[in-house]
Design a protein around this ligand. Structure first.
Ligand code: NAD
Length: 310
């Protein structure tokens, strides 16, 4: 057995939060050879992962581990897992690493990271892009906030989980850049939908329009991935919800306000995403933000409906 294989087999990782993202991360790390256990407050979610061959534990039974990888909805959930009895701050062994892959509030992240380090543990914020598919295929994009020495220690874990990692600074910096990224993604969904709707009204086929955009300087991950995969196909099943994107925009706006940054386009984007929670509830796929604009331009009309209208 070579040195790398020994490192993988002897490193124990506890994945806490086994939802859309955490499940895929746990399965990927298990496949890569790490010793994995998973935990979630929801018994059905734990059972689903046990059925896929991973050891799972209720939160009160979490024991010693080298790494605690968190994939939780919000900073409040992260705070609870760390601090509320039986919190990791009180029972994780000295030197173990808390790695928060959730999209969290950077202000709270910096407070928690300081408490984690004061307790003799190491901190890494490691928010992700790439959705459930990226998590289960080990192809996430990861933004890292923490000490360079912690990034190096976590290198084998990061390599197994990701296609690309970018170390952007100390604790909290990963979460700051993740909010900046998600603001741009939320804005691109609106601008790309408006552009495709305009082209449709002018008689351009939406697929052809998208190909044109993707050969030009207006392209983005939204035009290259979201539109073909989830928007034009009408599948709207990316695994990332309206509720999570609304949370990320609120956090981006709070961060901008806290720093005294004047309101700009972020406010318009925020207002649009929060405008209609009744017809677009938090449980819907986040790509649905484009639907109303595209339906108004008749983008999903069948040929038969189009003939009827002529
Ligand atoms: P999810 O709601 O599917 O999963 C969260 C899981 O955490 C749930 O299973 C829930 O039961 C569990 N949980 C909540 N509180 C807990 C606690 N105290 N202890 C243990 N488990 C607890 O959410 P998700 O889509 O997997 O997203 C997780 C994080 O990743 C979020 O911060 C989200 O913004 C971020 N993210 C999601 C995506 C995506 O495409 N889904 C992409 C990038 C980033």
């Amino acid at each position: 057995m070579n040195k790398k294989e020994i490192t993988l087999m002897t490193m124990t990782i506890t994945v806490i939060g086994l939802g859309n993202m955490g499940r895929g991360m746990a399965l990927t790390l298990h496949r890569a050879g790490f010793t994995i256990q998973g935990s979630d407050i929801d018994a059905h979610t734990r059972q689903r992962l046990s059925d896929e061959g991973i050891t799972t534990l209720p939160p009160e039974a979490i024991g010693h581990s080298d790494v605690y990888l968190l994939s939780l909805p919000t900073s409040e959930h992260v705070r609870r897992v760390l601090k509320d009895a039986p919190g990791l701050l009180h029972r994780a062994p000295a030197g173990s690493v808390i790695m928060d892959t959730s999209t969290s509030d950077p202000v709270i992240t910096r407070q928690l990271a300081a408490e984690v380090e004061a307790a003799g543990l190491a901190w890494l914020d490691a928010p992700v892009s790439g959705g459930p598919a990226g998590a289960i295929n080990g192809q996430l994009g990861m933004l890292l906030g923490g000490a360079a020495s912690t990034v190096e220690r976590m290198r084998p874990v990061l390599e197994a989980m990701s296609a690309k990692t970018t170390h952007v600074g100390g604790p909290g910096c990963g979460h700051v850049v993740k909010l900046a990224n998600n603001y741009l993604c939320a804005a691109h969904l609106l601008t790309t939908a408006e552009a495709v709707a305009m082209a449709r009204r002018a008689g351009v086929d939406p697929e052809a329009c998208l190909q044109g955009l993707n050969s030009g300087s207006g392209r983005s991950a939204v035009s290259e991935i979201n539109f073909p995969r989830w928007v034009l196909s009408g599948s709207f099943d990316s695994g990332f919800t309206m509720g999570l994107m609304r949370k990320d925009l609120r956090l981006a706006q709070q961060t901008a306000h806290a720093l005294g940054q004047p309101d700009g386009l972020l406010q318009r984007v925020m207002d649009t995403w929060h405008a209609d929670p009744e017809s677009l509830p938090d449980t819907e796929d986040f790509n649905c933000i484009t639907r109303q604009m595209l339906e108004a331009a008749n983008l999903y009309a069948t040929e038969c409906q189009e003939d009827d209208q002529q």
